[in-house]
Write a protein that binds this ligand. Sequence first.
Ligand code: ADP
Length: 831
Amino acid sequence: MINRLRDLSIRRKLIAMLLFTNAVVLALVSAAFVVNEANRFRSEMQTELTALAEIIGNNSSAAVAFNDRQAAGETLAALRAKPYIRTALIVMQDDTVLVRYLAPGSPAHPLPFAVVAGDRVSIDPFRFREALQRSRSPLAVGEDIYGVHRILLDSQQIGTVVLQSDPREFTDRLARFFLLVTGVMLSALLLVYFLATRLQRLISAPITHLAQVIKAVSAEKNYFMRAEKQGNDELGTLIEGFNEMLVQIQRRDQQLEAQRQELEGEVQRRTAQLSAANRELNQTVAELLLSKEAAEAASLAKSQFLANMSHEIRTPMNGVLGMTRVLLESGLAGEQRRFAEAVWNSGESLLSIINDILDFSKIEAGRMELEPAPFDLHDILGGVLEMFAAVAQRKGVDISLHLDPDLPRYVVGDPVRLRQVLVNLLGNAVKFTSRGEVRLTALPLAEQGEGWLKVEVADTGIGIRPEAQAHIFESFSQADYSTTRTFGGTGLGLAISRQLAQLMEGELGLASEYGVGSTFWFSVRLQVLTEVPECLAQQSAPQEGGAKPCFDALVLVAEDNPVNQDVVRHMLGQLSCDVEIVANGELAVAASAEGRYHLVFMDCQMPHMDGFAATRAIRDREESEGRGRLPIVALTANALTGDRELCLAAGMDDYLSKPFDCRQLAEVLLRWIPERAKSCPDSGNPSQPAAAAGQGAEEAEPEQEQSSPHGAPVQGDAPEGDLPVFDRDGLVQRVGDEEFVEMFVEKYLESTDRLMKLLRQAVEAEDYAEVRLQAHSIKGAAASIGAEVMRAVAFRMEQSAQLEPERSGLTELFGALEQALTDFRRVAAPL
Ligand code: ADP
């Protein structure tokens, strides 16, 4: 109920409150009136009854005195004119009723205090008094009303008149009065309602107005609206407060709007600045892009130019080197020789730099392509290690190879490029390590899948500072530019190696601690062969019982040294080749004029015309006559980079360094004239080739001594005492049988005696070019025959003859060479 009231509008609430309050007040007032009126009516009636009783008493005193019932009855009969008198009694002093009057239609004994005994009626005085008392109570609305008067005679009471009135008169009057009061009350309430509906506006109108304004403000967000103040009461204060609040909101809105506009202006200003900066940036980017494209195009053009110029750059370089060599061998002395030697050394360095740059350009120009071939991975790794073994040994650095037992052996990949990476990493490791060890480790990367392998080159060298590690893979970058002064180098090796590793689908990285050492690693993906490929099977076939490679070929050998001539002839004979031998380049050019030969083996250093010049002449002739290309394979006692490059630049196709064995010969023949291969008529004993496939003339080799076929380094600074005076087994293995060993030895001694004489004369005459030439010849023959000590000493003489500070030691070296020859004679030809 209360809740329902709460939800009513203020207007209704006010009306209801006024109505309710007024109704209560009116009801209370009416009730008071009614009660008052009721009392007044009763007392009026009582007074009237009492007066009537007095009259009757006076009129009937004689009748009572004489006990005259009839006269008394007649007096009472006059009451018929008063219909509301229900009963009248004249009671004697002894409480007996003398006479009684009953209004027509009244019950026979209506009086509660009458006592009837036979035909005698009396009253019970006690009950009579009680009834009188009750009727006098103001609340006795429904009680009978009594009028009582004493009958006196001579001031003495002789009886009592009792009149009983019907209360209907009283209740009717009361009901009429009540109706009147109710009517008045209802009219008053109507009036109150009428007034309330008007008066409530005093309170509800401002509130309703305020509510409407609030609603409108919140709906329209119009803070300019104001509620109208209608008075100075609390509602007026409320409206004032509300209006003030609107003013503040409006003011804040205006401030906000001003700030927003300011911000908008600022944003517009900034946007304009940004767009201007953006435009500038775009323009700069476009310009940069153009410059970048131009730079890239220029760089590509440069790389392509360099890649295209590869031959053009190498040829004159080789010309310079070749002519310098000729100059050096022409008997120069003193300052001129020093100058020529400086040219040679600088040329050599330049050539190696050019090679790096050309390789790099080829990669940059996207022209570097892999040439996949099957190869023996173990051989490649072993071969590269051997290549650096001599230098490492000279520096007192241990060098070792660790192959994981699960490392596949026969694989397909680009052996040349793999080797190039290995050579570069191992070369660096040896170069930058002066004590401790260098370890080459190869293991399969099983988690990456079949064919993946990882190669690590760890050294205990100078290490690389952390800040340098990031950029040493950039082209032309070195860890510390002082290393350039100390160790030389172009800073291209690692850049090339990384690109090659990526070309082989792998990557190249390093871990290094400055002053402790470095570990370079690379991964590559190769195709693993489950069976030994035929070409490699031929190479690794066991000596006994294996199919002997034979060739139906006519081969020209240009070689001046009789021992080497014999050895090569014998070996080629083993391979069923027909052999013709000439002793210098001139003769070779002439002999090949007829075009009878399938292949030429060309010694590089020969009198009259060397192998380079002879090859150039043959190539020139082929070009001018439009002939097909005759395969020419260089035979050289050196394994220097320059020589190799010179051979290729001169037009030779392949390269064999002395001492080579029957297998290497067969391999070269298989490579260049595979169509001439045939099965051998008898099962002879071909020698067992030891070289790995892919070690073609194109491979870049560092300037190191070639290892012997048995893996032991045989040249360099190694003390000759460690070397065999005569490696008879090696010779037998190379040439394939023992039968001709004595003959070779004899030939060797014969020709070497002659060469020793020439060498002695040259040493005595201080003709260093001649010393070099003769020492080189002795070295070549010694290599072929397996006179290892002689070979080593001859090599040192050849080297010393080139370097001025060491020339003083030549006489001593010559003595050592003579001693080595005596020892060889003693060991090889004791008879
Ligand atoms: P460089 O031809 O000059 O040797 P590389 O690219 O092969 O060029 O090597 C770059 C540089 O990285 C080297 O100059 C050297 O400073 C550093 N470096 C390479 N390998 C090693 C190593 N094993 N130990 C220490 N420093 C090395």
